[in-house]
Design a binder for this molecule. Structure first.
Ligand SMILES: Nc1ncnc2c1ncn2[C@@H]1O[C@H](COP(=O)(O)OP(=O)(O)OP(=O)(O)O)[C@@H](O)[C@H]1O
Ligand SMILES: [Mg+2]
Length: 435
């Protein structure tokens, strides 16, 4: 097991395409890190550079403190688990797991010990004599991991290992990988573009856009304090709503009326004319079910409820609205980049399951203004988060860059799985509940 450090890593392919740009990242020994982002953002390229399957154009890669740029994959002692597991169909589970040990001419006794130990960990003992074709997808995945375990690899690297599986099996395997990683405590880097995997598996998540790291943080931190429009739009489903507003005397003129933000949320407003207000679906509520004590923290406005989707435990209301042309174009662009289906000039609002607002009517909605974010529409920067970070770090500001959680302290947590709180100097990051 080992820490993995990336220093200013760049990848320029032979045809000149710059796929990974100045990525710096400290992955602690035993940490579970997720790389996430839309198709083509450079996730696989980054992973393949860690394993050694792809040359590093510039920058330095350290594994366990040793520079590995010039080392061949087999000398890096990492274990990559691919989508298709690469098992040998004619070999038994035992021999599949034993394979790397046979190659290295390990003694028969030691092979037997190590394979049985791995099988025990992976609950494969009773399947050791079977062939891969007769196993379930999940069992095959475990065989592939068994091979990684007997090699005593320094780290596990996964490239979308579950994307071939159906939804149910994917859910099971997700839990299994999470459980195993915790039990084994092996440093793990996991590529996905599935945001449920991103949110539930990792200690920290790295969000990439066009080869550039946008934010490195715990899942909760990404959700609650996304540094820019891209991260805000990528993490969360349904996605965050973005509402255009003009700033007049510190107040917001929005398509839904005039809003006054609480002081803590208004820090990004001075000197601005147009902003985008970000509000997650759950920041809204049917005003009629909001208690008086809570109501004062938000604003009540009338909205035309186009469609209601009732899901039993909750319901979503769709509220179309008019946005200025330039803002609409910009949001459409963001949508394309995020591979998102959502129509951005409508609000998607989560309502209490008891709400009885009918479709096709005008209803009174409430928005919790303590939960909104203010974005710069031009740069996409989250001005609210920037202000909080600025205050928390005594004006140091936040660069959103890789390897830094904003306060200049090392990004890596002290111990694996302890990174869920306080790693960024922000107040609001209690222990995350994702595991
Ligand atoms: N051999 C290559 N030569 C030139 N460009 C490449 C090569 N391999 C990948 N690229 C480009 O580098 C970028 C990143 O590719 P990469 O495979 O890392 O993306 P990804 O994030 O893994 O995407 P996906 O989610 O679709 O797997 C893409 O734009 C791709 O077209
Ligand atoms: Mg890929």
């Amino acid at each position: 097991m080992a820490a993995i450090t990336l220093k200013d890593i760049n990848k320029q392919y032979g045809d000149g395409f710059h796929a990974v740009k100045d990525v710096s990242l400290d992955i602690a020994d035993g940490e579970f890190v997720i790389l996430v982002g839309p198709s083509g953002c450079g996730k696989s390229t980054l992973l393949r550079m860690i394993v050694g399957l792809e040359d590093i154009t510039s920058g330095e890669m350290l594994i366990g403190g040793q520079r590995v740029n010039e080392k061949a994959p087999r000398d890096r002692n990492l274990s990559m688990v691919f989508q298709n597991y690469a098992l040998y169909p004619h070999l038994t589970v035992f021999e599949n797991i034993a394979f790397p040990l046979r190659l290295s001419k390990t003694s028969a006794k030691e092979v037997d010990e190590r394979v049985r130990h791995a099988a025990e960990l992976l609950e494969l003992t009773e399947h050791l004599d079977r062939k891969p074709a007769n196993l379930s997808g999940g069992q095959r995945q475990r065989v592939a991991m068994g091979r990684a375990i007997v090699r005593e690899a320094q780290a596990f690297l996964f490239d979308e290992p579950l994307s071939n599986l159906d939804a149910k099996l994917r859910g099971q395997m997700r839990t299994e990988i999470s459980r195993l990683q915790k039990r084994l405590g092996i440093t793990t880097v996991y590529v996905t573009h599935d945001q449920v995997e991103a949110m539930t598996l990792g200690d920290r998540v790295v969000v990439l856009r066009r080869g550039v790291v946008q934010q490195v943080a715990t899942p909760r931190e990404l959700y609650e304090n996304p540094v820019n429009l891209f991260v805000a739009g990528f993490i969360g489903s349904p996605p965050m709503n973005f509402i255009s507003a003009t700033v007049v005397d510190g107040r917001l003129h929005t398509p839904f009326g005039e809003w006054t933000l609480p002081e803590s949320r208004a820090t990004g407003l001075p000197g601005r004319e147009v902003v985008l207000i970000g509000a997650r679906p759950e920041a809204f509520e049917d005003a009629s079910v909001v208690s008086d004590t809570i109501r004062e923290h938000g604003v009540v406005f009338d909205a035309n409820i186009d469609v209601i989707e009732w899901l039993g435990n909750e319901q979503y209301a769709y509220v179309p609205y008019e946005a200025p042309e330039d803002i609409r174009a910009q949001l459409a662009e963001l949508e394309r980049e995020l591979d998102s289906e959502a129509m951005r000039t409508q609000l998607v609002v989560s309502l209490d399951a008891t709400s009885r607002i009918p479709e096709g009517t005008t209803a009174s909605l409430w928005l919790d203004l303590r939960k909104v974010h203010v974005f710069d529409p031009a740069s996409g920067e989250n001005l609210t988060v920037k202000a909080v970070r600025g205050a928390a770090t005594d004006g140091a500001g936040y660069d959103g860059g890789a390897g830094s959680d904003g306060d200049g302290a090392p990004a890596a947590p002290q111990t694996p799985r302890s990174s869920a709180s306080g790693d960024d100097g922000l107040p609001a990051a209690p222990t995350s509940g994702e595991d």
